[in-house]
Design a binder for this molecule. Sequence first.
Ligand code: ARG
Length: 509
Amino acid sequence: MSAAHCFSSVSTSRWRVSLGRQNLEGSNPNEESSTVAEIVLHPAYDSVTSNNDIALLRLSSPVQFTDYIRPVCLAAGDSVFNSGTDSWVTGWGAVQEGEPLPFPETLQEVEVPVLGNRQCNCLNGVGTITDNMICAGLLAGGKDSCQGDSGGPMVNQQGSVWVQSGIVSFGYGCARPNLPGVYARVSNYQSWINSHIKSDKPGFVQFSSSGLDADNSYTCPGLPPPPVTAPGSIESAKSSVCGKASMNSHAAGDRGLVPGGIWPWMVSLYKNGVYTCGGTLISKNFVLTSAQCFSTSNPDEREWRVLLGPRLVNGTEEFVMTRGVKRIKLSGFMSSNIALLKLTKRASTGHFIQPVCMDISKARSFPVGTRCWVAGRDMGSRSGETHKADSGLRGIETQVASCGTGSDPDNICTYAMNLQKGDQGGPLFCKSDSSWFQVAVVSTSGNKSVRSDLQVFAKASRFSSFLKETVDDMPSPAAAATGNAAGFSISLLLCLAVPIISLFLVSGC
Ligand code: ARG
């Protein structure tokens, strides 16, 4: 990936890509070089405004990853980079305006904070910074990318992965006060990038910022007034996404922000104040659970309360929200049936409370080996497989296994696990692309297997018409997602894009 403005010529024979390189002169023991099979400039690249300054180069053959050559992760479409987010830019460009990098031209790095688009527009001249751009730099100046860095990466660290947020694009001079550098905003190009990569797609990672973005309230003459930030207004106007466990260490790969991680769709159901079942948030208004949780086919809504959100975050009780139940609908009353609870007031969603995705159109497949979890209430077992996600919750990781009966559209099998009463009503959820989908509802009396090494679950998609006609606000998974990253991380000789050394994690980037 590089910048479109680097390619006045898209004749591939004129370009070579060099990888694993540290110095532009002298020896580079870890260098590989590749010819280019195709150069794709963004079709909407505008050389006057620099809007959509992004290009993809297809290497003639796949590169071998080494300790020195690795793909970076890319910021997924729903990433958020608040003003102040710590970023790093690397390149072999000038070290000051008009001062080229001295011999042996060793790769340089600089740390700069993100500067919000509103403020960046005010500083650079309202209208110069589009939504397809992201800025970084110090108001005092002194640190910036410069001529020769174009096409190279701006990256941000999240947990133990490095996520590329920007591509060096332009700036007025370099490192001048009040003139931050401008970068192409990688997260806006997830689908364009994916559309040009058939196999070995890059790893897209949702980058999140905590707290409010100060840039939202930045104003200057000529800039439209800041969006109204009445509590929940922006949030609820946004169509909600599902299945992103952004605060979750399991999903982020390694050590996440919250020890042990959090599944934001888990809810607890209380009947007359007594914990009775687990469940999941599947939209802002609906909770899914097992029909087994109800002793009659006509339960009394007033007896039930729903608790959403993790109880404990870093030891303090936070993000808990309770709701009453307006309506309970059962798909039927036999063992594997499901139940939908409509909340009295819709859930306000965020990092800690978020619906899981449902595959109601049955468009997804969850092949053998797919990562899945069962999560439920920890009723005090001492089982070794238990993983405490937060107080009172446990999660068991498993994988899709073959049911051994040929393809069975109604059931899904996983490796056997020790399900307990507290798991009743909770989900079996599996990862597809980069979103988590609830595949089944755990009903402890229903899911018996003849084979002791397997756990059979009745797929929730059996009830897809029941789900469709009841849930009128079903969220959709975030735009197409993670592949496994290969082949496309490159550094050009003139326009340089360096694969940042990153640890191999979920997506391999
Ligand atoms: N357009 C320049 C290049 O082709 C990059 C300039 C970046 N400038 C800045 N002030 N950050 O290399």
